[in-house]
Design a protein around this ligand. Sequence first.
Ligand SMILES: Nc1ncnc2c1ncn2[C@@H]1O[C@H](COP(=O)(O)OP(=O)(O)O)[C@@H](O)[C@H]1O
Ligand SMILES: N[C@@H](CCOP(=O)(O)O)C(=O)O
Length: 355
Amino acid sequence: MASEPRTFSIRVPATSANIGPGFDVVGLSLSLWLTLKVTITSPTPSCPPRPPLLTYEGEGSDEVPLDAYKNLTTRVALYLLRCHDMPHFPSNLSIHVINEIPFGRGLGSSGAAVIAGVLLGDQLGRLSLSISRQLDFALMVERHPDNVTAALIGGFVGSYLRELDHAATEAASVPLSEVLPEYPADASEEWGMHPPVPPFGIGHYVRFGWSETIRAVAIIPRFELSTAKAREVLPLVYSRKDLVFNLQRLAVLTTALAQHPPDPELIYEAMKDRIHQPYRKALIPGLPEVTSNITPESHPGLLGICLSGAGPTILALATGGFEAIAEDARTIFRKEGVEVDWKVLEVVGGSCVDN
Ligand SMILES: Nc1ncnc2c1ncn2[C@@H]1O[C@H](COP(=O)(O)OP(=O)(O)O)[C@@H](O)[C@H]1O
Ligand SMILES: N[C@@H](CCOP(=O)(O)O)C(=O)O
């Protein structure tokens, strides 16, 4: 007799990284969700073992691979399994993905896909990994901690990567192609190869306070910009003046966003940046105009405005006046030939698994 199928679901939020001056350091989890509905049935004579079945609806459904050996989420899950001597997905695994996070817009879609993969691998292998160990695995794939940490933990989160000793640095620096090889579906003999296991305690984090009055207006251009491309334009060396500019603002911002009532004068200035936004403006027509023309004086309720992650989305933090902020940003973008959609989002808790 066939046993009851095992079912569970995984929910991971979108994130906005950087929040102006906190490049690769801070992230905010937002109310758009990546959801996985997972079913595992036992093989029976009428339902023999079969490869994973992946179905998908929502954002990215026209471009996401549905082969479990090519899809980012399932590749990450397989990485965890392989690191724990489980070279295969369980047979008769079905995953239905419902995704609200647009791809390549600076709202952490890849970070969410990686965290979903870590939680999926943890569940499939019944690994019961600690949050810290889950983060280690995520950081072997997405190597800046801001998105993945906020997606896992939830809220407004700051994180750093521990300085690793030489051996651990080498282990954590292996190319992504070795961490997540794209298997040809029939190359079963290669599955025995041992993958690079993450060093322990790579990422460390703290959750800051957050004023419940603050909402995030995401103004989302209708074009994709890959994070990899938006990182290529950044310099390797910065002036002391620019680093101090950002450090001063970040130190103020992490507390200012928890104060009640939040102070627009303090926050608007504290969300300015000289480390990444000036270099990314060539990739995002309209970016400097939007961030300099939409101010707390012109738009009551606005607290601050910045590029979300690597862009092209603009993130406005505000306590009101959401529509005026978004529609005026739309007008500015339209002059550059860029159409946008916008959403008012809330800051939410982190990822969860429901069994
Ligand atoms: N739910 C998902 N499932 C599979 N792959 C995804 C998913 N979300 C994002 N990705 C992958 O991540 C890419 C976008 O990553 P990235 O350039 O870092 O932009 P973002 O700012 O959205 O994180 C997509 O093109 C896709 O390859
Ligand atoms: N700190 C990173 C954040 C990338 O976020 P994403 O949502 O655009 O993937 C960066 O600015 O490159």
